[in-house]
Design a protein around this ligand. Structure first.
Ligand code: HEC
Length: 125
């Protein structure tokens, strides 16, 4: 047979997707490091912060699980990341030791915040 073997193309296609997902995963984790999110957050529940204390903010897998069926989550969470949250309306009273998230607009652009929130929401099992 001349030309490319379709089976090889099929295989290449199957492996390309997880590779892309891995790249995005790495990129989003780096973005979170660069933007200071991991000073207060961990990706997985049960992770400990400095000195073995509970992280200041909620674990992102818990965030993903809570807002899984909330169609406004992408927008609301981007607003929360950019503008901060209110200590008088705590969403994570039982799962975060911090009482509010400060605005992150100085550390991250809205475009990047949107991408990060989309990635966080995608952590839902
Ligand atoms: C100084 C600590 C701190 C930093 C830095 C921080 N967060 Fe938070 N974050 C918190 C706290 C505390 C909460 C819980 C607020 C609450 O209970 O309402 C929170 C909540 C959240 C939530 C859930 C909001 C909601 O309404 O349920 C998301 C999403 C989030 N943070 C993403 C981020 C991202 C992305 C970054 C980095 C750009 C970041 N956080 C940086 C402390 C922080």
């Amino acid at each position: 047979m001349k030309g490319r073997n379709p089976a090889i193309l099929l295989l290449a296609g199957t492996f390309a997707l997880p590779a892309l997902a891995d790249d995005n995963d790495r990129e989003m984790r780096n973005l979170a490091i660069k933007s200071g999110c991991f000073i207060c957050h961990a990706v997985d529940a049960g992770a400990k912060g400095p000195e073995g204390l509970n992280p200041v903010g909620p674990p992102w897998t818990a965030v993903a699980a809570r807002y899984k069926y909330d169609k406004d989550a992408q927008k609301n969470l981007t607003d929360a990341v950019m503008g901060g949250t209110s200590p008088y309306n705590r969403h994570w009273k039982d799962q975060a030791s911090g009482i509010a998230m400060p605005p992150n607009g100085v550390a991250i652009s809205e475009t990047d915040a949107k991408r990060l929130v989309a990635w966080i929401l995608g952590l839902a099992k």
